[in-house]
Design a protein around this ligand. Structure first.
Ligand code: HEM
Length: 149
């Protein structure tokens, strides 16, 4: 072996990762502000939903606060926050839980209009906005369960 031994062309790289689903900046839930951010998102969303002639009739008007807590808890859990949602409600099984509601393409678009306004109100960085929105948009499409009339 001499000093002229060729160096390998492929250098090892180090990927910095924290524990579990934490990247070096913490998880998404923490990064965007934790509980207050998700509660703001969902309260703003339901303000819009309450004005909606298509989807508001599906929601429990006498348990709006409960609905706010359920969606907030689910989204917090999904993004790495506390698991209160599943502790209280079990496995999300969201497709199944939405089966009683006729989610037509129109209903989905109304849901997304109010969610878009709610996401806007958070004024996230473009990357965080795209991360959150990409998920919500895909999830809403997955929840569509009838073509409607
Ligand atoms: C696509 C249009 C959608 C419509 C029309 C819709 C409608 C509803 C309605 C009427 C409820 C019952 C309210 C309550 O008592 O909590 C509900 C519950 C819920 N929705 Fe949706 N939803 C939609 C999409 C979504 C999406 C995309 C998500 C998740 C990203 C979601 C997450 C939830 C959760 C977590 C609950 C509470 C489930 C439970 O624990 O009982 N929904 N939704």
């Amino acid at each position: 072996m001499t000093d002229e031994t060729p160096r390998p062309l492929i250098q090892p790289i180090t990927v910095r990762r924290g524990l579990g689903d934490h990247d070096v900046q913490g998880n998404f839930w923490q990064k965007v502000g934790g509980r207050p951010t998700f509660e703001k998102l969902v309260r703003r969303f339901y303000e819009g939903v309450q004005t909606d002639e298509v989807i508001w009739p599906m929601y429990p008007a006498d348990d709006l606060e409960g609905a706010i807590q359920r969606l907030t808890g689910f989204l917090e859990q999904y993004w790495g926050g506390p698991t209160t949602y599943s502790d209280e409600r079990g496995h999300p099984r969201l497709r199944m839980r939405h089966a009683p509601f006729p989610i037509t393409p129109l209903a989905r678009e109304r849901w997304l209009v109010h969610m878009r306004a709610a996401v806007d109100s958070l004024e996230l960085s473009p990357l965080d906005d795209a991360t959150l929105w990409g998920y919500l948009d895909r999830a809403a499409h997955a929840m569509t369960n009838t073509a409607g009339e």
